[in-house]
Design a protein around this ligand. Structure first.
Ligand SMILES: Cc1cc2nc3c(=O)[nH]c(=O)nc-3n(C[C@H](O)[C@H](O)[C@H](O)COP(=O)(O)OP(=O)(O)OC[C@H]3O[C@@H](n4cnc5c(N)ncnc54)[C@H](O)[C@@H]3O)c2cc1C
Length: 411
């Protein structure tokens, strides 16, 4: 990394961070006067990007979804750019000093001392993590691979499986495991009779898939029934205990206790923001982000937040796709304005983010069915299978986003 250059630091090397970095190198950097004065630093704890959308299938179908399909080495995606323009740091932000305009990075493991790196502009894209190690990556792909290996072995013997969480991750996971272990009922049969393995999904509410209307949620529940998954509503898991013999005891909020051979928590995500001061966070722990400009106004000039870590979004890739050009165009404007004597640049209008609040979700259930809606339109099971269920978007979203081809044109 270059000492005397103006560092543009991107924290997080996943959906939002990689997109911001590609967009910067393709469309912001070339239009800056003296572009070689700027240096992009991408900071991420692991060498690999995990396309976690594919995780529900990877749990029970290693043949269809081997890990080689959904881990991508971050460094390879940037070989297309001039190496003088960027550095990739394998590390983790541990503190942000907004007065000194510097980020503290813990490089490698904890035995190596921290580095303080000054920034000229900063993109916070540290995302969120799941409770289960099956669904998100921290320091390396080995952790996820170990968790997958363990569960795949245990699935072979399991007679009872409990999954907590009626959102898309829980529903997709239940559908994939159901079809792998139980097979599926024929189209005319309302549900699979006498499934080999008893699979239970706790929705935690009065319906599954809170992001979709009730009729679609009911359709999903009936598809789950066809692969031997029973859905239980209005009960939540409140604690769990590993019994040491491979089984887990789970306490529910109504006092009920369930002992299960396998327990999978698919119960929402937590923002990765512990390293930030509380004054920069909202009540849910997300980075307080200006919903129009995507700047973090309380952090001083030229600081932006993108993706699941930020308060402007309900999460998901589509919101992030809409947000990246806005944040990066505003960054371009800010970078040009700070080096320009002309007031007109600083006073030119910002790009404005407009949230897309339509019903948008595709949820495969097993290998040939699915439910969903796009821009508020109901989608048939075939369409959901065609666009997502075939490969969980590896051939489309994963490839275009990782390689940066998604950002080939300035948007
Ligand atoms: C199982 C599953 C299935 C999903 N399916 C879909 C789907 O079908 N469609 C959809 O739109 N969305 C889906 N999502 C949501 C989608 O994955 C998220 O919206 C997306 O991952 C958000 O990207 P992000 O870059 O903001 O954050 P993340 O993907 O969470 O990435 C954050 C990155 O920052 C790194 N990081 C964390 N802390 C630090 C730090 N202190 N310093 C530096 N780096 C740090 C992390 O290691 C990670 O690499 C799914 C999520 C899960 C868990």
């Amino acid at each position: 990394m270059a000492e005397k250059k103006k560092n543009i630091i991107v924290l997080g090397g996943s959906f939002a961070g990689l997109s911001a970095a590609h967009y910067f190198l393709k469309h912001v950097s070339p239009s800056l006067p003296d572009r070689l004065d700027y240096h992009l630093c991408i900071v991420n704890p692991s060498k690999d990007f995990m396309f976690r959308i594919a995780a529900p299938r990877a749990i029970s179908c290693p043949d269809l979804m081997p890990t080689s399909k959904f881990f991508f080495p971050i460094a390879d995606a940037f070989k297309q750019y001039d190496s003088q323009l960027y550095t990739i740091i394998q590390g983790k932000a541990t503190a942000l000093d907004t007065a000194a305009r510097a980020v503290t990075i813990q490089v490698g493991d904890s035995t190596v001392s921290n580095q303080q790196i000054p920034y000229h502009a900063l993109v916070i894209a540290t995302g969120s993590r799941t409770t289960s190690a099956l669904f998100s990556i921290d320091s390396g792909r080995q952790e996820v691979e170990a968790a997958l290996k363990d569960i795949r072995q245990r699935l072979q013997q399991a007679k009872t499986i409990l999954i907590a969480g009626g959102g898309p991750t829980g529903v997709e996971t239940a559908g994939e495991i159901g079809e792998s272990l139980n097979g599926k009922a024929c189209s005319f049969s309302p549900r699979l009779k006498n499934p080999k393995v008893q699979i239970t999904l706790l929705s935690g509410s009065n319906k599954i898939l809170p992001g979709l209307r009730s009729s679609i949620a009911d359709q999903a529940e009936s598809y789950l029934g066809k692969v031997g998954v029973e859905v239980i509503h209005n009960k939540r898991a409140v604690s769990s205990k590993d019994n040491g013999d491979g089984t887990t005891t789970v306490a529910l909020d109504n006092g009920e206790i369930i002992r299960s051979d396998i327990y999978i928590e698919a119960v929402g995500v937590k923002p990765n923001t512990e390293w930030l001061e509380g004054s920069l966070l909202n009540e849910t722990g997300h980075v307080k982000t200006n919903k129009a400009s995507l700047r973090v106004d309380d952090a001083g000039p030229r600081v932006y937040a993108l993706g699941d870590v930020a308060s402007y979004t309900r999460g998901g890739v589509m919101d992030m796709y809409d947000a990246v050009p806005v944040a990066l165009c505003n960054m371009k404007k800010d970078l040009i304005a700070v080096g320009s004597a002309s007031q007109s640049v600083a006073e030119s209008t910002d790009r404005v983010y407009t949230p897309n609040l339509a019903e948008n979700q595709l949820v495969p259930i097993g290998r040939s069915r699915g439910v969903g809606a796009f821009k508020g339109w109901w989608l048939s099971s075939f369409i959901v299978w065609f666009f997502k269920g075939r490969d969980y978007l590896i051939g489309t979203v994963a490839v275009e986003m990782y390689s940066g081809s998604k950002w080939g044109k300035a948007s």
